[in-house]
Design a binder for this molecule. Sequence first.
Ligand code: BG6
Length: 294
Amino acid sequence: AMSQGAGQAATVSLRNSVGSKLEVAKHGAHVLTWSPGVNEESVLFVSPAAKFGPQDAIRGGIPICFPQFGPRGALEQHGFCRKNNDWAIAKQDEKSVEFELKDSESTRASAWPHTFQVNYLVELTDEGNLATKMKVKNTGSEQFTFTCALHTYFGVGDISSTSVEGLRGCEYEDSLQGGKVLQEQEDAIRFEGEVDRVYGPTPQGDESGEDGEGTAEIEIKDQSHKRRICIFKSSSFPDAVVWNPWIEKSQKMADLPDDAYKRFVCVEVGAIRQPVSLQPQQEWEASQAISVKS
Ligand code: BG6
């Protein structure tokens, strides 16, 4: 169903037979809400001050960062896809929707002028998990490179009793220390101030979790909600960003209330440290699935 949901954005709503549901904005092919269980609140955080205008990047849910992650290139921060209104719906049924974005006059006029097609499949599994698949095809005649991420905002009860697990031993770039490369020593990453790190390549599991069931690569433990959020990713998303802005950065962000940092953590699967290179007609594919366990 296309409707004006979640405030102002035109959205597509999906539902499965057990009553799980999710909502995706056409603007940016941006997943806004996802409720795995009947009458459950969304697991994804969306800022109460989020902006949904045609030029805005929606603060919360799952923004798609493409063809550039963060400031790593000549484009605006996180690339042009998340603000793009030209996403088309390629396929849709009750439980899934596939969005498609092709180069346009405006993308060709950008600092990344390439001919491309991105397909983004969003699916509710029978168990109520959220499964996404992103495909990028070079439809032009010259090679290009890109970086990307699914910038998921996970809602938590209290950031101070939340930890991110599964990254021990992994190298990371600490964005708060000018990208200094360090190695994670902890089983559980905890939050006592701003954290902004690009981990990668992260320990990779057995690739069995495309439906969000099995052993996750990364887990978010949320003690106050007494639950774990399980993140499964394909090895084509080798990296993961862990970000919480904490108070001072929140105060500087117009679309985030000052104390909202307590209620989310971003864990963003992506291909970041090593840009992906595609030859003409070549295709790249990566997936993420998420589930919630008590
Ligand atoms: C994260 C970056 O991915 O996104 C942070 O690592 C950044 O440095 C955050 O602050 C939010 O970015 P934006 O452009 O949505 O404000």
